[in-house]
Design a protein. Structure first.
Length: 232
């Protein structure tokens, strides 16, 4: 199964329908399939939903709208004019920007809602910005529309069919059974996909990005790590 037409046939089979049945209309099935597709796409961080988009800088503009198809808070990598910006928590970003207004050596970005923020602020216009984020799949437009799994993980399309059947089933027990099967298919698919991403590990970055807490200067004489003192 790859297209919406294929999935609709699967739903009809699952509902024990014939092609001429009017028990559930094609339009209703199409609606449920669209919702089931969005549901399946949202269950795990599928690599196929990671996309890159590009735009250009504006003079003295430090925040930009994320691409419209990106999910909120989903930007995870940014390059400006070929230079990588380090992802940072939004509150830490605001604090760092305020406390280090003239800093230029460390380039950071933060994602908040449907916008992303850059520091230091680019001062030149028309530099290329490339952002990576997580998209929400488009709605099906016709019977030839493909799912996010088509052409790469076709077997997972069965989960979309099962989810749609669960919504169309009249009996609660049958509905729950089909929903459970849909979840199981996706879980097993994720267990196959996740190890692939784990093979690609950063070779020149620390596992944890934390500040240096070891004492320096006058604090270096303290015996406790980080130069902390005991109160009370």
């Amino acid at each position: 199964m790859r297209t919406r037409a294929d999935l609709r046939t699967g739903v009809k089979t699952g509902l024990r329908m014939v092609s001429t049945s009017t028990f559930v209309s094609d339009a209703t099935i199409n609606t449920e399939l669209n919702d089931a597709h969005l549901w399946a796409a949202d269950q795990y961080a599928w690599p196929v939903n990671e996309k890159a988009k590009n735009t250009v800088t504006l003079v003295s503009q430090y925040y930009y709208d994320s691409p419209t198809e990106f999910k909120a808070d989903s930007v995870f990598m940014v390059f400006v004019d070929g230079e990588e910006y380090t992802p940072t928590d939004f509150q830490d970003f605001i604090r760092y920007k305020k406390e280090n207004p003239n800093e230029t050596s460390q380039k950071i970005f933060a994602s908040f809602g449907t916008q992303f923020f850059l520091f230091p602020t680019p001062t030149t216009a028309d530099l290329e910005i490339i952002v990576w984020g997580i998209i929400q799949p488009d709605d099906f437009v016709d019977d030839n529309s493909l799912t996010i799994f088509s052409n790469s993980e076709d077997s997972l399309n069965e989960a979309i069919v099962e989810k749609a059947i669960s919504r169309l089933s009249k009996k609660t027990t049958e509905s729950q059974a089909h929903l459970n099967k849909a979840k199981q298919i996706l879980a097993e698919g994720w267990m196959r996909i996740a190890p692939r991403a784990a093979r690609y590990k950063r070779k020149d970055a620390p596992f944890f990005n934390v500040p240096d807490l070891f004492p320096s200067g006058s604090a270096a004489s303290h015996s406790n790590i980080g130069g902390f003192t005991i109160r009370g």
